[in-house]
Design a protein around this ligand. Structure first.
Ligand code: PLP
Length: 362
């Protein structure tokens, strides 16, 4: 392969070409420091600026003020499944979880190791093809927090309207749609995301947390698992995943240059429409897994008439420079992950390929 291909992998996923080039440019000698970011002390002036800059641009994109912190931690989104209940699920309390997919299930299951949970809604029946209606959600009496998964990477569904429970802390796993559209982030007490889908390389998890919640965290847990440790030390308590944080900063700057979240959302809607329209106009040859009003703009899941055709589709697509389209085994079929960094041309190429494949094999 001599040229870059269109990579539809769910994660780690494609990154903006201009960001990769910028990192390449700066790789050997970062801003005249005479060294690479990966060789640099995390206590250096240069790295402190990278770290603070990444926090600032994420807050700016989300319109968040001084009452929030952006923390860069390790262990992936999966470690947040435990860190959240360890910090915020006190004795005798109940945490509410809304189950919309496999990641939400994992988050809830992990929480049961630390306390009691309540499943406020689930759409497991029907294999998570939809997001629950707001009036289907039945909270427990006084939940310690409510946890949702904003975009279901495996099933291809996405919340269109977030619930609002006033003073009850709302917590969201936004690993696969963070910074993909504007929303009122101040309604959330905590948002977390593994970087490797929409923000940068793997190795760093972004935690956006309201300061008053940080203070409420359990003090009798390991130091590294306390949000206040990371907040007090500006995410520099121990050696951070410095290159990943640097890349997240560059990606966030790139989003800003695209015109911010409103512009990126419009772009994402147009990209997804190219593929969803192809599915909907295929006369039933392609069928979407997600119900229409729950469709994700990030992970698009669809099936072909049978598994043999799905295998052929995947291998021919790969040959055509469209990689990573095989769906997750719990849904089957295809999944096109088209995060912020997937260019429109990639979506157009996939839509064209789908039409051509149907013509030949339909
Ligand atoms: C990928 C993913 C995770 C797991 O992320 P890790 O960083 O690998 O732990 C969790 N939640 C969602 C929604 C995901 O898409």
């Amino acid at each position: 392969m001599t040229e870059r291909i269109f990579n539809f992998s769910a994660g780690p996923a494609t990154l903006p070409l201009s960001v990769l080039e910028e990192a390449q440019q700066e790789f050997l000698n970062y801003k005249g420091s005479g060294m690479s970011v990966i060789e640099m002390s995390h206590r250096s002036k240069e790295y402190e600026a990278i770290n603070a800059g990444a926090e600032a641009v994420i807050k700016e994109l989300l319109g968040l003020g001084d009452d929030y912190r952006v923390l860069f931690v390790q262990g992936g989104a999966s470690s947040q499944f435990a860190m959240i209940p360890m910090n915020f699920l006190g004795e005798g309390q109940i945490a509410d979880y809304i189950l919309t997919g496999a990641w939400a299930e994992k988050a809830q299951k992990e929480a049961t190791k630390f306390g009691q949970t309540h499943i406020a809604a689930t759409t497991k029946e029907g294999n998570y093809a939809r997001i629950p209606q707001l009036d289907e959600i039945k909270l427990s009496e006084k939940p310690a927090y409510v946890h949702i998964t904003s975009n279901n990477t495996i099933f291809g569904t996405q919340w269109k309207q977030f619930p609002d429970y006033g003073d009850i802390p709302l917590i969201a796993d936004m690993s696969s749609d963070i910074l993909s559209k504007p929303f009122d982030a101040s309604k959330f007490a905590l948002i977390y995301a593994g970087a490797q889908k929409n923000l940068g390389p793997s190795g760093v998890t972004v935690v956006i947390i309201r300061k008053d919640l940080i203070e409420q965290g359990n003090k009798n847990i390991p130091t590294m698992l306390r949000y206040d440790t990371h907040s007090k030390n500006d995410s520099l308590y121990n050696t951070p995943p410095s290159f990943s944080v640097y890349m997240v900063g560059l990606v966030a700057q790139w989003i800003k240059k695209q015109g911010g979240l409103t512009a990126i959302a419009k772009h994402n809607e147009e990209k997804a429409a190219l593929i969803y329209d192809t599915i909907d106009n295929s006369g039933g040859y392609y069928t979407g897994h997600a119900e229409k009003d729950s469709r994700s703009l990030m992970n698009l899941t669809f099936r072909l008439p049978n598994e043999d055709l799905e295998k052929a589709f995947n291998s021919e697509a790969t040959k055509a420079g469209l990689s990573g389209l095989k769906g997750h085994r719990s849904v089957g079929g295809m999944r096109a992950s088209i995060y912020n960094a997937m260019p429109r041309e990639g979506c157009q190429a996939l839509a064209d390929f789908m039409k051509e494949f149907q013509k030949k094999n339909g």
